[in-house]
Design a protein around this ligand. Sequence first.
Ligand code: MG
Length: 450
Amino acid sequence: MITRRSLFALSFTAALHAAPKRPNIVMIYADDLGYGDLGCYGHPTIKTPNLDRMAAQGMKFTQFYSANPYCSPSRSALMTGRYPARNGMNVVLFPDSKGGLPPEEITTAVLLKQQGYSTACVGKWHLGHTPNFLPKSFGFDSYFGIPYSNDMSPATSANQNLQRRNAWPPTPLIRDAEVMESEPDQSQLTRRYTEQATTFIRKSSAAKRPFFLYLAHTMPHWPLAASAAFKGKSARGLYGDAVSELDWSVGEVLKTIEQSGEGKNTLVFFSSDNGPAPVGLEGGSAGLYRDGKGTTWEGGVREPALAWLPGRIAAGVTTSAFATTMDLFTTFSQLGGARIPADRVIDGQDISDVLFRNAEGREPLLFYYNQGPLRAVRKGAWKLHISACNVAPGVNDRRYQDLAKPLLFNVEIDPSEKFECAAKNPETVEELLSLIEKHKASFTPGRAQT
Ligand code: MG
């Protein structure tokens, strides 16, 4: 006989089976890694077997963008789903900066924590390093890492302003809010971050709690370093060594997830905060994209991006769907069962249909900011620069200049932005100029922090 209680039990069991389990989420963020620096993105000498495995077992993006070509702003966009000019974090922070991500900003970690997730941030935060701006103030249960770039101390900086640079403290390694070490050995950072990350995964899995791990590596940002197991081992010098160690770290994270029995329930997403730095052979490659870090050419913001969740993300898919780091805020939060805040503009959109159903995605629409100022826009295939640096080929002058005549490129058929075609497409130029004007008119800048 079917009683009311057994009916309830049946329907409860059915609901359990019907609702997809909330996945664990692991976001791995490299620093200044270029689009062309991974084996699975075509690098001929840097070997990245673990990242290649992520691509072979998951999804590889070819039109994935960071919201800014600099460290602090790009990270703020990933965390908040908002353009850095909107969330206020539109400058790079230095050790003498007092501010950080405005406290009223809501991060993915805050939303996922509210849903019962364990949350951890390991590595480079770079959204404020004074006590009120560290990760624990933004939804993370724990933090371990260097809170800004690894070239921001008297010992490591190349800043020409010696008076300013010498007033900075030694590079701090922080646990939660306490400085544990000063000027830690940078060749050990990737390994130490990885140990923290895998311990967190094991503990959270054992506790049967869903988890969100934000693993933001210091490498391969200049000055480069790699541990003895990797130093001198790649065919691409110290840069290749550092990327190889990063790849090893990804392998350790995947292995730990699988050994913890969470291999079919953990979304791992890998990307980079901005394109390769202009530091010669100590920087990376943007592949076929033009220029790199600090510029709004494609090489500054078009990033490698891999998504891995065996059983839910199809294996071996290369997608040309347009997506941005801001979309990850929305997607991760909703996968964890959180509602997206309705009291503010969120620029990111849910890309679950791309990830789990290999949908085509939306028409590309991106406003390219270089820290604060707006420099370019992309809509569909077309990209219009209203202000640019390094305009003349082969000239490395990173000062931006407003362009009397905007530059137009079709980045679908000319992804390297080599063939300027404004004169032949005056209507497209007008359309994109008016799009910029509309965007500016409706855009409310955030409370700037420095
Ligand atoms: Mg960076």
